[in-house]
Design a protein around this ligand. Structure first.
Ligand code: ZN
Length: 176
């Protein structure tokens, strides 16, 4: 992956979500790996789970996202900011689908076990069904094709394929 600075990371949409919990920001950023960033807004203290541990381009990207109003207000998310981000994205399934597809793309490139990619595929299928975003089905079909070339001998691969089949039949039911 090409090396990007904080601004490029932000502009390319790799800040998946930002949660503001009282005086703290929590965020997830996709770079070579998914990283988690926490920032104390009172004093700027921060930590990032990338190798540099903080004060890094991921921190810059999260700050930019926050400054542009891209965050969820979760005053009581406590130890579980990701859970709050999930429930917020669930309220805005169109955005949730966008975020899930980004994570899925990333997981297909980096996930050695196929476990995260499979979970993300199932979640994306749910969101497509809920939002009736049928035009995204080809994206999922491609992802399953890619998945089955990586993990051809998994029974799981067959289950993912049949999940997409189910989506296709829902779509044609919808059109009738
Ligand atoms: Zn970092």
């Amino acid at each position: 992956m090409e090396k990007m600075d904080g601004e490029a990371i932000y502009l390319s949409g790799r800040v998946l979500w930002v949660v503001k919990s009282r005086e703290e920001l929590h965020a997830k950023v996709l770079d070579d790996y998914p990283y988690y960033v926490r920032i104390d807004l009172k004093n700027g203290e921060n930590i990032c789970t990338c190798p540099s541990g903080g004060n890094c381009k991921h921190l810059e990207a999260v700050k930019l996202a926050y400054e542009h109003g891209f965050y969820f207000d979760c005053p009581d998310s406590g130890m579980f900011p990701e859970a709050c981000a999930f429930s917020m994205l669930n309220e805005v399934p169109g955005l949730g689908l966008e975020v899930t597809l980004k994570e899925l793309r990333h997981a297909l490139e980096t996930d050695e076990s196929g476990s995260s990619a499979a979970m993300l595929l199932l979640r994306a299928a749910e969101l497509v069904e809920r939002t009736k975003a049928w035009k995204k089905i080809p994206v999922l079909e491609d992802a399953v094709k890619e998945y089955s070339s990586l993990f051809p001998d998994y029974d799981l691969t067959e289950r993912l394929k049949s999940r997409i089949e189910l989506l296709l039949s829902k779509r044609s039911g919808e059109k009738r």
